[in-house]
Design a protein around this ligand. Structure first.
Ligand code: NAD
Length: 313
């Protein structure tokens, strides 16, 4: 059962889970209808804040795994902090409580690099380090991590989590995060060959291509329970780059592509996050290894988006 299935991550994770378990074994839910049809996957409208509705779906569908993906992300959360806190926290507490009550074998809930803050070491950020998030999104992720660890320790709930970096994908647009520029840049490079970045040229952030993020999620959920030593949320590393480095890489495919920089409020958020994550426990506990380099990700994004938009590179 996937809650918040129609977003940037859910639209692809739902497909992958359908391929793994069989489409008829999946219930996808969201506040809104999906943009693309999932073949054979059941879909229901469900508000993650509606505990009764969530309970009714759990009683009917009897899920063996719940993936809670509904959330308000970093940039959008700053526009409405109270609502971001309410959505990100209450939905998690509903899922944790119901998972214990209905003995759901496994729960997945994503955290984020936003759980780190300005006092966190920026380079090779360790699993256990200073965490002082400054955005309401980051505060909700750090609190959520502690709730997950609490439910594991107190009730034995098998809840698992990853601290995703910025996710880059071509199927569904991102939902209002600080790393969204790294998706938008590909659309603009193809459509107008010009892009204005809302982050400055040397702002290095951890990122990951969606295929790696989906595979990491499935590998984590497949790992034997006694291999999971981190019950808050695992650091997860893919690639890291600056807007300038990303633009340089795109220019290898589109030589007349031009980038300019006009930092806005998201610059301050990005400046408070790590630049490069160290994910030793994920590698040691369940064998995590990313597949996508910057070069491979750029080539894949341009070829997929040029097909989608009907523009040749
Ligand atoms: P998104 O904004 O693209 O999608 C969120 C989905 O939740 C949307 O389809 C939305 O309709 C749905 N939703 C919103 N409110 C809801 C509600 N009340 N009830 C039910 N559904 C509701 O987000 P995403 O990028 O797919 O993120 C998924 C998860 O991964 C989130 O927890 C997010 O914090 C985490 N994450 C994402 C990134 C990233 O770069 N995309 C990075 C780190 C962590």
């Amino acid at each position: 059962m996937i809650i918040g299935a129609c977003g940037q991550l859910g639209s692809e994770l739902t497909t992958a889970l359908g391929e793994k378990f069989g489409a008829d074994q999946i219930l996808a839910t969201d506040l809104r209808h999906p943009d693309t049809e999932w073949d054979g996957i059941q879909f229901e409208i469900l508000n993650a804040l509606d505990r009764k509705g969530m309970e009714a779906s759990i009683r009917t569908f009897k899920p063996t795994q719940i993936y809670l993906l509904a959330a308000m992300l970093s940039a959008k959360g700053e526009e409405n902090p109270q609502l971001a806190w309410q959505l990100n926290m209450e939905s998690l507490l509903h899922v944790l409580e119901l998972a214990v009550e209905y003995k759901i074998p496994k729960v997945y809930w994503p955290s984020s690099i936003a759980a780190f803050g300005p006092c966190t070491p920026k380079i090779d950020t360790a699993q256990d380090t200073i965490m002082d998030p400054g955005t309401i999104y980051g505060i909700s992720k750090l609190a959520g991590e502690r709730w997950c660890a609490y439910y594991f320790n107190r009730y034995g709930l098998d809840v698992r989590s990853l601290r995703y970096p910025g996710l880059i994908s071509h199927r569904t647009l991102p939902g209002g995060g600080t790393t969204d520029y790294a998706v938008d840049i590909f659309y603009k490079a193809l459509e107008s060959k010009r892009f204005i970045s809302f982050l400055d040229k040397d702002t290095r952030l951890p990122m990951m291509y969606m295929d790696d993020a989906v595979r990491a999620t499935i590998e984590l959920m497949d790992a034997p329970s006694d291999h999971i030593t981190v019950r808050s949320s695992y650091n997860l590393s893919g690639i890291d780059f600056t807007p300038e480095e990303l633009a340089n890489q795109i220019q290898k495919h589109i030589p007349d592509f031009e980038i300019s920089y006009k930092p806005d409020f998201r610059q301050k958020i990005a400046d408070s996050w790590p630049a490069k994550i160290k994910d030793t426990p994920a590698r040691e506990d369940w064998g995590w290894k990313p597949n996508y380099s910057l070069e491979k990700m750029v080539t894949e994004m341009l070829s997929q988006l040029s097909l989608k938009l009907g523009i040749s590179v």
